[in-house]
Design a protein around this ligand. Structure first.
Ligand SMILES: Cc1cc2nc3c(=O)[nH]c(=O)nc-3n(C[C@H](O)[C@H](O)[C@H](O)COP(=O)(O)OP(=O)(O)OC[C@H]3O[C@@H](n4cnc5c(N)ncnc54)[C@H](O)[C@@H]3O)c2cc1C
Ligand code: FES
Length: 323
């Protein structure tokens, strides 16, 4: 093969690779374990809809993890992800994904967009990390002319984020903290009750957060027969309906969260089944996180701390994981 031919083939390939860089152009750290990444990806920022997610590989030999698109701006071409470091991959991202870094791959938007119908009054509920993924819903309902009540829950005031961002699109905004250091003292279910008592005409509740929180929200609204949509976060691998890893039980049906969801009717979801499935790989996840932490300590002992490193957090601490 001539050198010219190789050059002709290689040059466009290089351009494609260069054209598909997933550069981290912004980062904020909300707490010891939660951080935000802004990624420049104009096509995705244009195509994304509330409720959708991406599958990310932060490095070539890493695993694929699903992350909800927490914000998207077609004008700037920026997509926002909010991530909680809970295990090997997310801790690795917390350490390595600084401004200027590139993700190896980012595929999306995946999943069925949330149905932003003609509801006149809605409650958008986010717990812990689930606060970020429910933001696009609040904005979309508001832009559709709905009266939007935001209810967000955190352990304590220091963990509160995006308050101003929500207030821009919410007609009412209720913060709930476990210790009462901000807003009302209590859980998001207390916030939902406050909103329901004041407004007997709510059409729909959207709740995103850890499974235990979404289940509690669904039980709060069930006696009132109030439509409640939840966003499920089972373990996903391909995200395209092929591996079956993300099976969830909804009513009498088995569904794949990646292609049939992740939104489902909260009153129909079998949350016990979801909790069991989320525990399936806990032993392997623990080993992977320990191995990674050990290798970090070894690197640190030789080269000193990584710039901007906040350090891995032992599993089980911090805010609850949300999808
Ligand atoms: C649709 C969807 C959206 C999500 N959005 C977000 C988000 O916006 N921000 C965020 O921080 N997290 C999100 N998650 C969860 C996130 O994917 C997991 O926290 C991440 O995969 C954990 O990987 P790890 O190696 O760091 O931790 P591990 O130690 O491997 O796992 C920690 C816990 O995360 C869950 N998990 C592990 N692997 C996966 C996987 N491949 N798919 C789903 N869950 C997994 C398990 O319950 C496990 O117990 C989402 C999950 C789903 C399904
Ligand atoms: S992630 Fe494989 S089928 Fe849903």
């Amino acid at each position: 093969m001539s050198h010219d031919f190789l050059h002709e083939v290689a040059e466009p390939a290089r351009q494609v690779r260069e054209g598909s860089r997933f550069e981290v152009v912004g980062r904020e750290d909300f707490s010891e374990s939660t951080f935000l990444l802004r990624i420049h990806y104009p096509l995705l920022a244009k195509a994304a809809k509330p409720g959708q997610f991406v599958i990310v590989m932060s490095q070539e030999h890493g695993e694929r993890i699903p992350l909800t698109i927490a914000d998207f701006d077609p004008d700037s071409g920026i997509v926002t992800l909010v991530i909680q470091a809970v295990g090997k991959t997310t801790m690795e991202m917390q350490q390595n994904c600084q401004v200027g870094a590139e993700l190896f791959s980012l595929v999306g938007p995946m999943g069925v967009p949330s149905h932003i119908g003609d509801a006149a009054k809605v409650i958008c509920v986010g717990g812990g990390l689930g606060v970020a993924p429910v933001f696009p819903h609040a904005r979309a309902f508001k832009q559709n002319g709905a009266y939007v009540i935001g209810v967000v829950g955190f352990r304590t005031r220091q963990l509160v984020f995006w308050e101003d961002k929500f207030r821009n699109y919410c007609d009412e905004f209720i913060i709930c903290t476990d210790d009462g250091s901000a807003g009302i003292k209590g859980l998001v279910t207390d916030g939902i009750k406050v909103a329901m008592d004041k407004h007997p005409d709510i059409d729909e509740v959207i709740a995103i957060g850890p499974p235990v929180m979404m289940r509690a929200c669904a039980e709060t609204t069930r006696p009132h027969k109030l439509k409640t949509t939840v966003s499920l976060n089972p373990v996903m691998v391909d995200g395209t309906g092929m591996c079956g890893g993300c099976r969830v039980k909804v009513g009498e049906k088995m569904m794949f969260a990646c292609v049939d969801g992740p939104d489902f009717d909260g009153h129909q979801v079998d949350f016990d089944d979801l909790a069991n499935r989320l525990r399936r790989f806990s032993e392997e996840e623990k080993i992977a996180a320990e191995r990674w932490s050990k290798s970090c300590r070894a690197v640190k002992a030789t080269h000193g701390p990584h710039p901007g490193e906040t350090g891995p957090r032992p599993q089980g601490e911090g805010e609850p994981t949300a999808g």
